[in-house]
Write a protein that binds this ligand. Structure first.
Ligand code: HEC
Ligand code: HEC
Length: 464
């Protein structure tokens, strides 16, 4: 029987981890991920022990594969519970009816030529799709397998008992194409590598010229999400970053690619991030008396995967109607913004300055050569945004700014504000949703209308 989805690919069960010898043996010499050198060098026990480093590399390769063959080690209990990290994105998008039908529509548009040729029976005329070697290989295998009765002969039966002809199956494969991790990895090395680097360390060859620097995914810290509590990003958050880009930074929009390709990139970014975070934990806790043992490795791996699985629980929702931006609300937002913390205000002024231009006292810290901007999570100086420019990197819809002010910007000095203690009319209380809207409305008045309008980009699009 022919299987429609290719899930039989070797999935190593957790038991395979019982020996930490590298069991993943590539057939040809291939590119490996490198260890995070600066992190390794911070742990003197590991930095001086090449044997332990090799063991660590082996363990990581066992869990995450190589750049040419990336994959997750799937624990038996995950598979039993219906979670297979190797199909994380595909399963996630399939579960969202609107998301999957958008993917199919986007595949139909991208593979119009191939679909028409299959319908017309002109199998030699199919163009090879760009950046989809896995799809091409599946097509070629299918082509070599036309039943004796011809393309319209019955070819397979689906799980729910539907009979499918060869031609229907060929059309299905193009319309429902979702890239493998390996294919997305090679697409990544084509489109992202020169900025984000092979391991997602944000250290590609062009990275040092950029300000802000490309993200180092290995901390699991992502700035632009719709989440609170410094949660890991959801699939939707990363997908949005890829479609929109990050306005006024080097991070471009990849909207010209298909939905399937973008979902695949999300999957691969997540794999690199999880790999990097797991590595970070193993490196920082490595001690020679403990070594790298099975429990230790598994525990850290599970912990990191779990953080990513629970991300959507941190989604910031707003149930009510968005209030009207009345002049009272704007005035209240201004008061919250410009009142210092010691006077009980929301204290935006400390970084963004009284005029919102980004020159507040806390924007700076003493540095080697005098005053420098405070540092972000990655150790780079970062300037509080000049809010008069109307540049909002993750959308300027009221709900986008609401979430931004609510949760802050992960990895930067901009803190979470929801629930912070303020004092008003002599009484202490915490910053609530109504206050956040007032801040949103005030922030929007700081930039002139024309500046805002010209910086709209695609951000007004409905986004989840
Ligand atoms: C020309 C350089 C460049 C290229 C090419 C590039 N990026 Fe980026 N990327 C950046 C920069 C710079 C940032 C950081 C922006 C910031 O901090 O505001 C970034 C940030 C990101 C983030 C983090 C978003 C967040 O919320 O923190 C993700 C995810 C990302 N890029 C993925 C990708 C992927 C996937 C590709 C390839 C399809 C790619 N990037 C290509 C420069 C680049
Ligand atoms: C401790 C410093 C600090 C404080 C306090 C602070 N911010 Fe920020 N804010 C920043 C920094 C730094 C950035 C730029 C982050 C980046 O570009 O990655 C920023 C960016 C922003 C942005 C741009 C968001 C986007 O999508 O690009 C908005 C809006 C904003 N801040 C509003 C506020 C408001 C409102 C307050 C008070 C409730 C506030 N900030 C308090 C440091 C701060």
């Amino acid at each position: 029987m022919i299987e429609r989805c290719h899930r039989s690919a070797a999935l190593l069960a957790a038991a395979a981890l019982s020996s930490l010898a590298c069991r993943f043996e590539p057939k040809v010499p291939e590119l490996r991920y490198s260890l995070n050198r600066p992190a390794v060098d911070k742990n003197p026990d590991l930095a001086g022990d090449l044997g332990a480093q090799a063991q660590l590399e082996g363990a990581l390769e066992l869990m995450f594969g190589t750049p040419a063959g990336p994959r997750y080690l799937a624990a038996a209990e995950w598979l039993e519970g219906g979670f297979d990290p190797n199909y994380w994105g595909e399963d996630h998008v399939k579960a969202d009816e609107a998301g999957w039908s958008a993917l199919v529509a986007s595949n139909r548009a991208a593979y119009r030529q191939q679909l028409a040729a299959i319908r017309a029976g002109e199998f030699d005329a199919l163009d090879r799709p760009r950046f989809a070697d896995d799809l091409w290989a599946r097509w070629q295998a299918l082509r070599a397998d036309i039943p004796a009765g011809g393309p319209d002969a019955e070819y397979l039966t689906t799980a729910d008992g539907q009979k499918v002809t060869w031609r229907e199956e060929a059309l299905f494969r193009f319309e429902n194409y979702y890239p493998t991790l390996a294919n997305s990895a090679s697409f990544y090395s084509n489109q992202c590598y020169h900025c984000h680097g092979a391991e997602g360390g944000g250290n590609g060859s062009t990275s040092s010229f950029l300000e802000p620097r490309p993200r180092d995914y290995r901390k699991g810290v992502f700035k632009f999400t719709a989440l609170k509590g410094k949660a890991r990003p959801r699939h939707e958050d990363l997908f949005r970053v890829l479609t929109e880009g990050i306005y006024t930074t080097a991070m471009p929009s990849f909207r010209r690619f298909t939905d399937a390709q973008l979902h695949g990139l999300v999957d691969y970014v997540r794999l690199l991030a999880i790999r990097g975070e797991t590595e970070g934990l193993l490196v920082s806790f490595y001690a020679p008396e403990e070594g790298l043992n099975f429990d230790n490795v598994r525990e850290n791996y599970d912990l990191v995967v779990e953080r990513w699985r629970e991300a959507s629980e941190f989604f910031i929702t707003y149930a009510g109607e968005v209030p009207e931006p009345t002049s009272e609300r704007i005035a209240h937002g201004r008061a919250l913004f410009t009142t210092a913390g010691e006077k009980g205000g929301a204290n935006c002024v400390s970084c963004h300055g009284p005029d919102g231009r980004g020159g507040g006292v806390s924007a700076w810290e003493p540095g080697k050569e005098g005053k420098e901007y405070a540092k972000d999570e990655w150790g780079n100086q970062i300037q509080p945004r000049d809010l008069t420019r109307g540049v909002f990197r993750f959308g300027r819809r009221p709900i986008d700014l609401f979430r931004r002010i609510y949760a802050g910007i992960n990895g930067t000095p901009m803190p979470e504000h929801f629930g912070m203690t303020i004092s008003e009319n002599g009484a202490q209380r915490t910053l609530n949703e109504s206050d956040l809207w007032d801040l949103v409305f005030f922030v929007r008045t700081l930039s002139t209308h024309s500046a805002v309008a010209s910086h709209d980009g695609g951000h007004e699009r409905e986004a989840k």
